[in-house]
Design a protein around this ligand. Structure first.
Ligand code: MN3
Length: 194
């Protein structure tokens, strides 16, 4: 049985960039619902004994949409909560900074590509910084889809479903993404995923 992970910060700790009300609903209701559904779908099936990543890959290859969507969203949100911290953004640790400069040219270029991926994801989805064949890449994905199924290892993910920003930013998804990148990212955590 999968369980809702605790946040590493209080629900009010990211205010005003991400409000307590948003975290209450997003973590307490939306994320919990994915977990409740996942547990229900895999109960007494051959998925029950697999790890979350194994469930994502198997359900993707078998086109089991119900299992895939809920398993992938559980994984995505686990990453998302850890990618943020109070007083985030700012200086990127040196090992990750060097890798970003090597693969993107500059931090500014990564910022531009990452925000653009999130802004241009039509409808619900995610934008990502991942490693593919040893190189850092920015991608976007619709709905629950996760870079893992395309043989990438996500280091950083931002949720651009409306439930992630609408209470705090209304329709201004670009401002949400700028604040996420500049003031919320836990770069030490992102580097630890390298
Ligand atoms: Mn979400």
């Amino acid at each position: 049985m999968f369980e809702l992970p605790k946040l590493d910060y209080s629900k009010s700790a990211l205010t005003p960039l991400m409000s307590e009300q948003t975290l209450d609903l997003h973590h307490g209701k939306h994320h919990q619902t994915y977990i409740t559904n996942l547990n229900k779908f895999i109960k007494e099936s051959d998925y029950e004994k697999l790890s979350l990543e194994e469930i994502i890959k198997k359900s993707s290859s078998e086109s089991k949409a119900g299992i895939f969507n809920n398993a992938s969203q559980h994984w995505n949100h686990n990453l998302f909560w850890k990618c943020m911290k109070p007083g985030g953004g700012g200086k990127i640790p040196s090992k990750l900074e060097e890798k970003i400069k090597k693969d993107f040219g500059s931090i500014e270029k990564l910022r531009e590509e990452f925000i653009s991926a999130g802004v241009t994801q039509f409808g619900s989805g995610w934008c990502w910084l991942s490693v593919k064949d040893n190189k850092l890449v920015v991608t976007k994905s619709p709905n629950a889809e996760n870079p893992l199924i395309h043989n990438m290892k996500p280091l950083l993910g931002c949720d651009v479903w409306e439930h992630s920003y609408y209470l705090d930013y209304k329709n201004k998804r670009p401002v949400y993404l700028e604040n996420f990148f500049d003031k919320l990212i836990n770069w030490e955590f992102v580097e630890s995923n390298l």
